[in-house]
Design a protein around this ligand. Sequence first.
Ligand code: NAP
Length: 354
Amino acid sequence: MKRRVAILGATGIVGQRFISLLHNHPWFEIELLVSSDKSSGKIYGETVKWVIEHHLPSSIAELTLHPLNPELIIKEDIDVVFTALPAEVAMQIEAELAKHGIVVVSNSSNMRMEPDIPLIVPEINAEHIDIINYQQKKRAWEGFIVKIPNCTTIILSLSLKPLIDEFGVERVVASSMQAVSGAGLTGVPSVVILDNLIPYIEGEEEKVESESLKILGELSPGGIQLNRDLKVTASCHRVPVLDGHTIAVFAELKEKPTIHDIIRALEEFRSNKIKNLGLPTAPAKPIVVRRELDRPQPRLDRLEGKGMSVVVGRLREDKALGGVKYVVLGHNTVRGAAGTGVLIAELLVAKNII
Ligand SMILES: NC(=O)c1ccc[n+]([C@@H]2O[C@H](COP(=O)([O-])OP(=O)(O)OC[C@H]3O[C@@H](n4cnc5c(N)ncnc54)[C@H](OP(=O)(O)O)[C@@H]3O)[C@@H](O)[C@H]2O)c1
């Protein structure tokens, strides 16, 4: 039996990705699309400014958009709500839904750092999902909230995971070049970004520096413990690329492996955490290594693994930090948002939680 799902923020860029990934999904059925008051009551296909490369499915185009009303969602007997709302809007509704028994898988940044709210990248920390029992008890909720991390943080953390496991990582310096789609459908005006770059993205550096420590932290009975062995510093920049965040990474390692050992660790990373669960959206290779000197590139590499793999290249020794430097690229609205959200929901199904 397919789980009934609702998408909040269905007209936005991440909402569109959710639709594209959930339409014809073997485990989920899209039942409800929700937008702001300005478009609710209208027909989805006549209202949405569809911007992603897949066709808008005709059965979805015919659906009527609903207003953001928790009672309606609860009444519709929805199993999972995927939220792709601005954080200030999500903040008002997600707790209400969880309180009334709804499972919320959320893209919005509110509550991400609360110790009882799991912040999941299934290949890295699938076991953190177990904190939901504590969350439900502590907050007296029948449902629960799981958060999808920040897009840049997901891409960076995936590339760091095998390095941490095999060689130990002390300090990371990350400098991002982030696509315009990361700012949403109306986020960056073309006159601002074309022929230009913006060396500031509000709140982004703080998210990368804090959320990576939580994703790579430890599950404990009273909440997720941050990884205290790791230090991450970030500088984030918006560039005139449509989709695909690229990050230049400099990592100080505890051990001194060869570049050959590092390539092997990255290429062989398969995540024993979800390996045998058969999750439909899991890529065969979470990390793909390119050996050409001029890769990865957003236009050429962002759809690797249907957008679910991150692509690492330019691996070389970092003599200043004592470790490795490389470039990692990931699709911000797939791996960095909706794709990881769908993978989380699949994990919940595979573990019989929903
Ligand atoms: N874009 C990315 O790469 C990315 C990656 C990771 C996380 N995120 C996060 O995901 C969320 C969505 O991002 P996005 O890029 O998809 O933004 P977006 O393109 O601006 O879409 C925002 C969506 O929220 C809806 N909305 C806005 N205000 C609302 C309200 N008061 N009530 C109900 N619905 C409302 C909009 O509906 P209308 O069309 O009716 O206004 C639209 O569907 C944000 O929290 C963002 O930080 C984005």
